[in-house]
Design a protein around this ligand. Structure first.
Ligand SMILES: [Zn+2]
Ligand SMILES: [Zn+2]
Length: 390
């Protein structure tokens, strides 16, 4: 029997166990950086199957690395596991499936790894929904010894490509001067006016930005009483664009809007960033074409990812900027929208289970392609280098 058939047979024989892992994570939803139960079950399964486990990597208690070595040399292939849930609606983004797909594929491949050269790594990456676990893991060097990194996310349809926006969050704090708003208005400096003018300036800027740029803001502090000139105001903005290098000048212009508003009102201004910067995703075409081929072999229809489907930002973007990799998709129900109750229901239901098994197989087959034919990784690295230069 060839290696692929062996891997597929192993996954078929272990369908129930994969469903159980996925359901356990689904039934025990944990928020960003608190995913202890998910980490426990995933590392337990990997350990049972001969992986060495390191928990709490990158200074994150719920991040982990599991490793299984074949013969010396060969590629180091990383499969990523997300497992955080959302407040109130639980696993409405299907991270229970993501984690199980990567762990299931890694275990299946470990059964045929010897005598192939290569190393399998499962990286447990916490806090995708908020906190940017992968950004921290990239910064702490978790990907320096990795040749490629892959993840499959559930969606309304199966797709191998992905598009996401680079994102920077800004916080503007305006310092004015309090005064009686009726009796001594001339003695006050209105920080709220500075915040409002920032919005107006940005709205003027919008007319001269590319279509992919998104700027959305809120006022988080606007004053304490109508008869006191607002002394302290604060506004927060998210600025996004298809590419980090196009985003940087826009961020600069947004800051100029805030500075001009402060100048006009006489308020002081502090500018800070909040949270971590997400980079745009850069799926590696060599790797995604292998996955596409494997999906097709399994009889899965592969749709196209388009801008019209709506774009967000993900910390997987930062990973794909440092190593060849992809975030691809497995369909678990037509017209489903992530972060809804309907999506959650599908993540623990027949369509979710079917997606789980198909994606585990396709991912495992893709890893096997890379282990059996090391030239493919060379091509992927060349593609990565070229795309970075664009
Ligand atoms: Zn999500
Ligand atoms: Zn998600």
């Amino acid at each position: 029997m060839d290696l692929k058939s062996k891997v597929l047979e192993f996954i078929d024989a272990n369908q129930e166990e994969l469903k159980n892992i996925s359901d356990y994570i689904f039934d025990n939803p944990e928020l960003a950086f608190e995913e202890y139960k998910a980490v426990e079950i995933l590392t337990e399964k990997l350990k049972e199957n001969g992986f060495t486990i390191e928990k709490g990597i990158a200074g994150l208690p719920t991040a982990f690395k599991a490793e299984y070595r074949g013969e010396p040399g060969g590629p180091v292939v990383a499969l990523l596991a997300e497992y955080d849930a959302l407040p109130e609606i639980g696993h409405a983004c299907g991270h229970n499936l993501i984690a199980t797909i990567s762990v299931g594929a890694a275990i299946a491949i470990s059964k045929v790894l010897s005598p192939l050269p290569g190393t399998l790594v499962v990286l447990g990456t916490p806090a995708e929904e908020g906190g940017g676990g992968k950004v921290i893991m990239v910064e702490k060097g978790c990907f320096t010894d990795v040749d490629c990194a892959m993840i499959i996310h559930p969606a309304d349809q199966t797709m191998v490509d992905d598009i996401s926006l680079a994102n920077t969050n800004l916080v503007f704090t305006y310092h004015g001067k309090a005064a009686h708003a009726a009796a001594f208005p001339e003695k006050g400096i209105n920080a709220l006016d500075a915040a409002i003018l920032t919005f107006n300036n940005i709205n003027a800027l919008r007319g001269h930005l590319k279509d992919d740029v998104r700027i959305h803001g809120i006022i988080t502090k606007g004053g304490v009483a109508t008869n006191i000139v607002t002394e302290l105001a604060e506004a927060k903005f998210s600025v996004r664009a298809l590419k980090r290098k196009e985003l940087e000048p826009v961020v600069e212009k947004v800051c100029q809007c805030a500075k001009a508003a402060a100048l006009a009102t006489g308020a002081g201004l502090e500018i800070k960033t909040e949270g971590l910067d997400y980079d745009e995703i850069m799926n590696n075409k060599v790797l995604t074409s292998l996955l596409r081929e494997n999906y097709l072999q399994l009889g899965e229809f592969v749709g196209e990812r388009t801008i019209e489907q709506g774009l967000g930002s993900t910390d997987m973007g930062n990973v794909t900027q440092v190593v060849p990799g992809f975030q691809s998709y497995i369909g678990i129900g037509k017209d489903l929208v992530t972060h809804t109750l309907e999506f959650a229901q599908s993540c623990k239901g027949p369509a979710g289970y079917q997606g789980l098994i198909t994606a585990t197989k396709a991912l495992a087959m893709t890893v096997l392609d890379l282990l059996v034919n090391p030239d493919l990784l060379k091509e992927a690295k060349e593609e990565f280098r070229k795309t970075k230069e664009e």
